[in-house]
Structure formats: structure tokens, C-alpha cells
Design a protein around this ligand. Structure first.
Ligand code: SAM
Length: 347
């Protein structure tokens, strides 16, 4: 666990600098930042970045820094231009923090002598004055040997690296998903249906420990294509609407692969769909597809009723796949999906 301790923060003067200290802490591999002065706006800004871009980074403001630094149970580093060159101590610090937490102190203006005396290491990133933001970034980069730059996050917004231009893909939240539906003129029938699928899918998702952000967006948006066509092509039509809006591929795939328990490449060709597999692959894709199989209109229906409906239409293969998917998910949830449906019905 790596904590950055920011002291000397003045909410009005250091707003951007302390935000940058916090964002550098997060992006370069620290787990949390603690700040001496209480600053709710700063907390909000940093929490918003975490919510949008992912990870478990935490911020706390308004702590008594001397007490915190003194009582910290682990290795204490003070970053200062007066210290020992980082390259002469970094291997020792890496070794010592294999089994210990570390706190890294950075200051704003003058840093009190107590910090120098309490620290296990006073470390300089060159013995020249510069900035807490650069000092912290270089220290963490030396500490992680550059590996922190490869770390990926699963946020609501994900940057797609590009040679030129900018591309950000989104996982819409519940409210944004509903807005997308209304913007496409989804009617009452679609809205009620997706909300029922959402309820069931979220419950299954909780039991299965699935990614609920993906399930929420995927279940609410799975039938957005019905605003264009009600036939079998509604799933690909929906996926296209979402691709055009830069929605995250994981959500797009939930939408594209939600029909029945999936459509194989051969079936797709017969149905006039672009030639590829539409089989749900990820846990979240499977959950939304199956929740949809267990909802008729805005009503939950049992697996038996679903299978009966498919068999009556002589869709025996599809019925078999739905049953298998049900068994697979029930096993993952540790509870039969029928039971989960009953719980949702009693809510
Ligand atoms: N003169 C101040 C002092 O009492 O040390 C330094 C203030 S400086 C603007 C703010 C912070 O930047 C310092 O507390 C330190 O954490 C960091 N910093 C600036 N230059 C640094 C350097 N060469 N090496 C390590 N940290 C540095």
C-alpha cells in the first residue's frame, strides 16, 4: 500500500497543484492520497476522476499530518531537494517496502524540519528546486521501474490510444442509458421491458460477482435496436447505434449477442445477418442474454415457460442452448436462476 501525504495545501491557492499531486499519485501507482487541509471540492474532483476512469484510488482531506506521519506504520519518505539522490536509495526502499507500506510526503511551500527528522528517507529528485508534482511522478516511476505506465483501468470512460486524434469509449450509467433510449424514441413497451430485464440481470450479476456497470448498461440498452427494427436484426441494429455513439465495446457486445442463447455464424448467414458469431462469451453477455430469455414483455417468466415457447416454435436447438446457459449461470451464481427470479418478483 502506497500513500501520498500532501502537506501545506491551501484550498484557495493550491487547488490545481494538489489536484495534480492526487492525479499523479493515482496514475503513477499509489493507492491513496491524504491531505492536511480539509477540502471537499478537491475530494469531489478526485473521486470524479476515479469514478470515470476506474481503479480504487482514495482521497482523504483534513488530517493532522504530523501525527499521521509520526505514527505511520511503514517506511516514511520525504521528497525534498535537500535529500539524497533517488538513484542512491531507491533499491533499498524497494527492498524495505516488499513487506511494508510506504508513505511519501510532498510539501507545498516551506516544509517544517519535523518532516525531515521523522522521515526514514529524505529523497531528492536532483538537488535542485522544482515541483512536488514532478518529484512525485519521477519517484514513483523509479520505484515501479516504469511498470505503472502499463497499468490498465476499467472505468466508465476508457481512452483508446490513437496515433492522431482522440477516442474515448463510454460505459453509460443508468441515467445516461435511459437518455440514450429516449433520444432514439424508444416506446413505453421497450422501456418497461428493458427495465424488467435490468432488474433480473442486476440480481443475477450480484450473485455471479459480475461487472454491474456493464450489466446495467447492457441490459437497459439491449433492445435499443428495436427503435429501428423488431426482427432478428434488432440486436445488430442496436449495436450499430451504440458504436456510432462511442459506447464501450463490452456493452456493444452485450447488445449484439443477446438474442436467445446466441446465434452461430452459419445461423447468422441464414438469417441475413453479417457473417459472424453472435454467441454470448463474457459473463456479462451471458447474464443479459439469459435475463432477457426469462422476461416476456415486462413480466418475469420461468425457464420452463421459455423452453415451452421455443419448443412450440420448433426452435429445439435454441431451447437446448438456453437450458445449458441457465445451468451454467445457476452454477456460477450458486443459486438456481428460478430462485433469483422469485426473489426479484418479491422485491
Ligand atoms: N523550499 C521548500 C522546502 O521547504 O523544502 C520546497 C518547496 S517545493 C515548491 C514543494 C515540494 O516539492 C517539496 O516539499 C518537495 O516535496 C517537492 N520538491 C521540489 N523540488 C524537489 C526536488 N528536487 N526533489 C524532491 N522533491 C522536490
Amino acid at each position: 500500500m502506497i500513500t501520498v501525504l500532501r502537506i501545506g495545501h491551501r484550498p484557495f491557492r493550491d487547488k490545481r497543484i494538489t489536484t495534480h499531486v492526487s492525479l499523479v499519485s493515482r496514475a503513477f501507482g499509489a493507492d491513496n492520497v491524504v491531505v492536511d487541509e480539509k477540502d471537499e471540492i478537491l475530494e469531489e474532483t478526485v473521486n470524479k476522476v476515479v469514478k470515470n476512469f476506474g481503479g480504487n484510488f482514495e482521497i482523504e482531506t483534513g488530517i493532522e499530518w504530523k501525527k499521521y506521519f509520526k505514527n505511520f506504520n511503514g517506511i516514511k519518505v520525504n521528497l525534498t531537494m535537500y535529500g539524497i539522490n533517488v538513484d542512491n536509495r531507491i533499491d533499498e526502499i524497494i527492498e524495505k517496502t516488499k513487506n511494508n507500506d510506504m508513505v511519501i510526503l510532498v510539501g507545498a511551500e516551506k516544509v517544517p524540519m519535523d518532516a525531515y527528522l521523522m522521515a526514514d528517507y529524505n529523497i531528492a529528485i536532483a538537488n535542485q528546486p522544482h515541483s512536488e508534482v514532478s518529484a512525485l511522478a519521477i519517484f514513483l516511476d523509479r520505484y515501479f521501474k516504469g511498470k505503472e505506465l502499463q497499468k490498465t483501468y476499467e472505468g466508465r470512460m476508457n481512452i483508446i490510444p490513437m496515433e492522431h486524434g482522440k477516442s474515448v469509449k463510454f460505459i453509460p450509467g443508468e441515467e445516461e442509458s435511459m437518455k440514450l433510449l429516449y433520444n432514439e424514441n424508444a416506446d413505453e413497451k421497450i422501456i418497461k421491458h428493458v427495465q424488467t430485464v435490468y432488474k433480473l440481470a442486476m440480481s443475477i450479476g450480484r450473485y455471479a460477482n459480475a461487472d454491474l456497470k456493464l450489466i446495467a448498461a447492457g441490459s437497459l440498452l439491449h433492445d435499443i435496436g428495436r427503435t429501428k427494427t423488431n426482427g432478428i436484426k434488432h440486436a445488430t441494429a442496436g449495436a450499430q447505434i451504440l458504436r456510432d455513439k462511442n459506447i464501450d465495446d463490452r456493452v456493444v457486445n452485450i447488445v449484439e449477442r443477446h438474442t436467445g442463447a446466441g446465434i452461430t455464424k452459419e445461423e447468422a448467414v441464414k438469417l441475413g445477418l453479417p457473417e459472424r458469431d453472435y454467441i454470448p462469451e463474457t459473463l456479462e453477455e451471458k447474464i443479459v442474454a439469459q435475463a432477457d430469455n426469462l422476461v416476456a414483455g415486462d413480466r418475469l417468466i420461468s425457464l420452463d415457460t421459455t423452453l415451452k415457447n421455443y419448443n412450440e416454435k420448433k426452435l429445439y436447438d435454441a431451447a437446448k442452448k438456453i437450458k445449458e446457459l441457465n445451468d451454467e449461470l445457476s452454477l456460477i451464481c450458486g443459486k438456481n436462476l428460478d430462485e433469483i427470479e422469485k426473489e426479484v418478483n418479491n422485491l
